[in-house]
Design a binder for this molecule. Structure first.
Ligand code: HEC
Ligand code: HEC
Length: 156
């Protein structure tokens, strides 16, 4: 074996052992070994209780944000073709007698900008945009400052 080849082999061997050493000391950011399956996050309880019993609404943080649901939706039936319990309280025809807020103004406008009497069917699946609130602190620190609409921030 010539000298250069020997040196090369020695150098490669050093690199490999250095890498192996580094690998042994690597800690993943999620705190468990990278090869172990992800642990399911802790289940958090919804903050809100029965509709009508929630106190302050949750502040909106930007103008086109669907407000989070301040009450629990746990015992509601799933939204399907025949049933939409959300509409029992929030529809234009029902909200007054149920003392609930009416669905947002944007829900009465079609994609083409036409005004409707009742909420657009494109908004039928409420929980695709509105989610109940849980008390979950941000996962990482951040300085996000929203662009909250005045109408919604006044009350909070
Ligand atoms: C029994 C009546 C009732 C039902 C059913 C109901 N809500 Fe509500 N909802 C209310 C009332 C009353 C409020 C006002 C806050 C409170 O007192 O809980 C409210 C508040 C809200 C708000 C907050 C609006 C804002 O301006 O911040 C959202 C969003 C909402 N509901 C969505 C839903 C969705 C989605 C469903 C179906 C999964 C639903 N609600 C079912 C009565 C109801
Ligand atoms: C495509 C997303 C989307 C869907 C689907 C949707 N919403 Fe909304 N909702 C919004 C956004 C965005 C706002 C805030 C802007 C506004 O007021 O229209 C809002 C506002 C609201 C508000 C507050 C209104 C106010 O005057 O402050 C209520 C209550 C509400 N939605 C209920 C519902 C219910 C009930 C359904 C199902 C029948 C539903 N939404 C479906 C996006 C959605």
């Amino acid at each position: 074996m010539n000298k250069t080849l020997k040196l090369t082999i020695a150098a490669v061997a050093t690199c490999i052992s250095a890498l192996a050493f580094a690998a042994d000391n690597t800690k993943s950011m999620r705190g468990v070994d990278v090869s172990t399956p992800d642990q399911a996050a802790e289940t958090k309880a919804y903050v809100g209780k029965r509709p009508g019993s929630s106190g302050d609404k949750v502040a909106r943080t930007f103008s086109t944000q669907p407000p989070v649901i301040p009450h629990s939706i746990e015992n509601f039936d799933e939204i399907n073709l025949e049933n939409n319990q959300c509409m029992d309280c929030h529809a234009a025809a029902n909200f007054k007698k149920k003392n609930a807020p009416k669905v947002g103004d944007s829900h009465f406008i079609t994609r083409e900008g036409k005004k409707l009497e009742e909420a657009s069917s494109a908004r039928y699946n409420c929980v695709q945009c509105h989610v109940p609130q849980v008390d979950a602190p941000p996962l990482v620190e951040n300085e996000f400052k929203g662009d909250a609409p005045k109408k919604a921030t006044k009350k909070n």
